[in-house]
Design a protein around this ligand. Structure first.
Ligand code: FAD
Ligand code: PHB
Length: 397
């Protein structure tokens, strides 16, 4: 048994865990990150693409924004397509000075790992392929994280343990059952995600509602496009040949005269369920949760990673205040402050999901109401402004 010690034990090397450890290191606070998967695996997961300005600012201030600023693509609007209409939601007009940046989550993870392993904080440990992760000592406020790496058991004594291990992690189960409330909604569809080696067919993201279901055209760079198709939650990926994917994307997206979809080699396909989940509170004693470990929002609003960054920003400030001035105030407010934003974002993400997907239970009446709702967003400045404000990110929540 190897005996180890750190101030902050962090479970999970996704964006939340890596950014937290990085922010703490910059404030002179040591931490230890435990990750179940290999470095190559975490650096290759595709997932998010859209960053709010506040997430970009946080990454830049933390000294990990150099490549993001160089390679990220700033967008000043998105397009909604429904029926035979295409309506641009123009951020410059509706929410002047605010925008979003398209930069892949896996690039952020690579930048954070690089900073962690090669930068001035290179001594800060990340243990990849850590298994059998467990926690003891929470009741006595002397938490110890137990884990195995390379067949050897380790015992890591910490002041604080932060669960950043995503929705399928273990840390949420360490909260006592009594006093914890969870909220959950699964949607009756999933997203088939596609990464393709082809120049994007649109300069901005296109969100489309088609009779056959939702489709989204996004991108990663000038020659990599990202797409999503609404499919059934138990869809068999093997049934989706490249030809079928391009035919379905063309059918759902190419609904506007003069617009066509470029096709090319498909690099990756994956299936992601759409769900909402919140656990309350996000803290018990010396254990705190951040990011997807505490909350999931349906991806239609492009918000999960942005929420994770917002949690971690608050949490690193709270831990720094505790270590430097002995002040527990921010830590005590952490859960409540995060949850206020989480529920606002949950509402927006569910609303966008309702607006843009075909719900199998909808009858003809519901479908007409849905189109009328889209029409209202497209034709009313107030409706479009509300969408734009939420999409670029709520500033004062
Ligand atoms: P994760 O990224 O899930 O990281 C958790 C880490 O913990 C993982 O590395 C995991 O291997 C590790 N782990 C799990 N269990 C253990 C364990 N027992 N021990 C040790 N380690 C463990 N968000 C946006 O903001 N914008 C978008 O455009 C967007 N698009 C999305 C598109 C799709 C298809 C999906 C699925 C999500 C999207 N999201 C988006 C959401 C975003 O990807 C997540 O919110 C984000 O990954 C959350 O980061 P995290 O660090 O909290 O969790
Ligand atoms: C993405 O580019 O992966 C992406 C974009 C917008 C979303 C979800 C995902 O709403």
């Amino acid at each position: 048994m190897a005996e180890l010690k750190t101030r902050v034990g962090i479970i999970g090397a996704g964006p939340a865990g890596l950014l937290l450890s990085h922010l703490l290191a910059r404030a002179g606070l040591d931490s230890w990150v435990l990750e179940r998967r290999s470095r190559a695996h975490v650096e290759s997961r595709v997932r998010a693409g859209v960053l709010e300005q506040s997430a970009v600012d946080t990454l830049c201030r933390a000294g990990v924004g150099e490549r993001l600023v160089r390679e990220g693509i700033i967008h000043h609007g998105i397009e909604l397509r429904f029926g035979d209409r295409a309506q641009r939601i123009d951020f410059e007009q509706l929410v002047p000075g605010r925008n979003i940046t398209v930069y892949g989550q896996r690039e952020i993870v690579k930048d954070l790992i690089e900073a962690r392993l090669a930068g001035p904080n290179a001594h800060e440990p990340v243990s990849f392929e850590a298994t059998e992760v467990g926690l003891t000592g929470l009741a006595a406020e002397e938490p110890v994280v137990h884990f195995t790496v390379g067949g050897q058991r380790h015992r890591l004594a910490c002041d604080w343990v932060i669960g950043c291990d995503g929705f399928h992690g273990v840390s949420r189960d360490w909260l006592p059952k009594a006093g914890v409330k969870t909220y959950e909604r699964t949607f009756p569809f999933a997203w088939l995600g596609v990464l393709a080696n082809v120049e994007p067919s649109s300069r901005e993201l296109v969100y489309a509602l088609h009779e056959r279901g939702f489709a989204l055209h996004s991108m990663r760079s000038n020659d990599i496009s990202r797409f999503y198709l609404q499919v059934s939650p138990d869809e068999d990926l093997r049934a989706w040949t490249d030809e079928r994917i391009w035919a379905e994307l063309t059918c759902r997206l190419a609904t506007v005269p003069g617009w066509s979809l470029r096709t090319g080699p498909i690099l990756e396909k994956n299936l992601a369920p759409l769900r909402s989940f919140v656990v309350e509170p996000m803290r018990h004693g010396r254990l705190l949760l951040a990011g997807d470990a505490a909350h999931i929002v349906p991806a239609t609003g492009a918000k999960g990673l942005n929420l994770a960054v917002a949690d971690v920003r608050l949490l690193s400030n709270a831990l720094v205040a505790w270590y430097t001035h002995g002040s527990a105030e921010l830590l005590d407010q952490y859960s409540e402050t995060c949850l206020r934003r989480v529920w606002r974002v949950q509402q927006f993400s569910c609303w966008m999901t309702r607006l843009l997907h075909r719900f199998p239970s909808d009858d003809a009446f519901e479908r007409r109401i849905q189109l009328a709702q889209l029409e209202a967003v497209a034709t009313s400045r107030a409706g479009a402004t509300s969408l734009a404000e939420n999409y670029v990110g709520l500033e004062h929540v």
